[in-house]
Design a protein. Structure first.
Length: 584
């Protein structure tokens, strides 16, 4: 049967011609016309069990493949279910396109099924929002939201577009199609100015103790980053946005001495990185008060937000780094002793950690320490593995000890529940690579049903649930600061292996450390698979020790917060308690 060309087919054709290979979503009447046409054009439809998972999966695809991730959800509750995931992509600056539908135009404003102000709901957490009502607007506005998501003239991040269902079924003629919109164009690239590069070189050459902190965009600039580190002799700190860009064990990398390197460096180069809470907002109480900053990034939030740079280079990090290498931008009189001391101390600290991972004693409850589980996982992670960490308590242990050549986690928003969808999407996008997700039991409960998506789509991820039967960071906080009044923090008796088995996965329960290697071997052979591992709730995580659960006033970490208070008390003694206004 010959089927008429419609707006829905036009949208699906646009997506296919722009390289979209997968759409993550949950079907519904308001988007069914696009859903059907996309499938007929060969775009893989990855149907999920909850709409938030669709956006998380699109987010993960954008991260691991470096392109645009696409999610499609139906109107009303289909969209409202995505808001947390869209917000997470917004904070993470992940290029994600979210497509939705809305009621037919004749029912507008009449209390139609699933009618609500969808655009208004998502506008605060999207780079661009378009509400299309006419077929001649379809392609221009699709182009606009795709360009916005990819960072055209602004930050990358989520963008949103929706269409009324009756418009999707309208016929399309040649007059409705501008061929220019059907051709994919390269993402907008910001090139550095000569004046900005001159100033950056000047500041870098004055450095004695040079530190590079990398963020978004560095994964695509790995060779330029490594060349710059070799040329300049700088030390390097990654963040969750760039972990894996510099190989583990690289001589410039000092992850175990993060605070010390930040405190002692006299020039700090940031690459595609906001000075957010993870970097103490650039505070002079945490970094050296005399340190100069070279800020390199695509947008003002990466080059000037918070603490202005002594040099600010608006450019793609890779382009700027390549030009700095061409100009031989390196310290004229580097402090070799400082660099060698930090490298040696970092190696010693990591060696001590590695030697103690498997020697950690069980808790009073007889369950294994989280580091025991992580040590077993490390034996299965190779240079091509993709590692996902999701949770509060277990993420803190993982950030310190888990090997992660390619790494995804909850991000700066601290968005629990990303583990299952992130790992599922990574396994679909990178089918030849080993994918493992280490997930806390609390986090697993948020999106755990989507292991069924992994089973149905044969996404070969291994999900490892660190089951301490608690929201354990909060539990330790209540024990310490609230006289042991435990409220809403216990999750007793849950068997996630039985849940996963019922949803179509190979699954096992592990209660003894000696069982881990065998269980992991079987899981990787039969992936997708899940292992429910009983770990102790008695072990205090690094984030618990740092004071993160108490939400200090000035900074995320209590030591940074105390340093800020002391600085303010010295500089502003007239302010009782250090004050609460601007910290710089």
């Amino acid at each position: 049967m010959t089927r008429p060309a419609t707006v829905a087919r036009l949208i699906a054709t646009y997506l296919a011609r722009h390289g979209v290979q997968r759409i993550y979503g949950l079907c519904g009447g308001h988007v069914q016309p696009i859903w059907d046409e996309a499938d007929r054009l060969g775009i893989r439809i990855v149907d999920v069990r909850h709409e938030a998972a669709a956006v998380y999966m699109a987010h993960a695809e954008a991260e691991v493949l470096g392109g645009l991730g696409v999610a499609m959800v139906t109107a009303g509750p289909g969209l409202t279910n995505t808001v947390t995931a869209i917000a997470n992509a917004w904070v993470s600056r992940a290029p994600v396109l979210v497509i939705s539908g809305r009621p037919p135009r004749p029912q507008t404003g009449m209390g139609a099924l699933q009618d609500m102000p969808q655009a208004a709901l998502v506008t605060p957490v999207c780079r661009r929002v378009e509400v299309v009502s006419e077929r001649h607007h379809v392609l221009p506005r699709l182009d606009a939201v795709v360009e916005a998501a990819r960072g055209g003239y602004g930050p990358t991040g989520p963008a949103y577009i929706d269409f009324p269902t009756d418009l999707l079924e309208e016929p399309v003629g040649e007059a409705d199609v501008d061929p220019g919109h059907m051709t994919a164009h390269p993402a907008y690239a910001v090139t550095p100015s000569e004046a900005d590069l001159d100033r950056a070189c000047e500041v870098i050459r004055r450095a004695r103790r040079l530190l590079v902190i990398s963020g978004r965009g560095v994964g695509a600039a790995r060779e330029s980053l490594l060349a710059f580190l070799d040329l300049s002799g700088a030390l390097h700190l990654d963040t969750s946005e760039s972990r894996g860009a510099v190989p583990p064990g690289h001589p410039a990398s000092v992850p175990a001495l993060r605070s010390r390197a930040m405190r002692e460096a006299d020039v700090v180069v940031t690459l595609g990185r906001r000075l957010d809470f993870q970097l103490a907002y650039g505070s002079r109480a945490v970094f050296s008060p005399a340190a100069a900053f070279v800020r390199i990034g695509r947008t003002p939030d990466e080059t000037s937000e918070g603490r202005r740079g002594d040099a600010e280079v608006r450019a793609e990090p890779g382009l700027a780094l390549a030009r700095l290498v061409e100009r031989a931008a390196a310290p004229a009189q580097p402090d070799h002793a400082w660099r060698e001391a930090l490298v040696a101390d970092n190696a010693a600290r990591l060696a001590r950690l590695a030697s103690t991972l498997e020697s950690q004693a069980p808790g009073a409850d007889g369950r294994m320490h989280p580091y025991t589980l992580i040590a077993a996982l490390n034996r299965w992670i190779d240079d091509s593995s993709v590692v996902v960490a999701d949770g509060g308590d277990i993420l803190s242990f993982a950030r310190v000890a888990l090997s992660a050549p390619t790494y995804l986690d909850c991000g700066a928003m601290g968005c629990l529940g990303v583990g299952v969808p992130f790992a599922t999407a990574a396994a679909l996008c990178l089918p030849g690579r080993r994918v493992v997700a280490l997930i806390g039991d609390g986090s697993f409960g948020i999106t755990g049903l989507d292991v069924n998506t992994a089973a149905r789509h044969r996404a070969g991820a291994v999900f490892v649930v660190a089951n301490n039967e608690a929201w354990n960071i909060e539990r330790h906080d209540q024990l310490r600061r609230y006289d042991g009044n435990l409220v809403g923090v216990d999750l007793p008796g849950c068997r996630y292996d039985l849940v996963a088995r019922g949803l179509g996965l190979h699954a096992e329960r592990v209660t003894e450390a000696a069982e881990l290697d065998g269980a992991l071997s079987r899981a990787f052979e039969q992936a997708p698979a899940l292992i429910d591992v009983a770990v102790t709730r008695d072990a205090g995580s690094p984030d618990t020790a740092s004071g993160l659960p108490s939400v200090p006033v000035w900074h995320a970490l209590s030591t940074w917060d105390q340093a800020e208070r002391e600085r303010r008390a010295a500089e502003r003694p007239w302010e009782v308690g250090g004050g609460t206004e601007g910290m710089r």
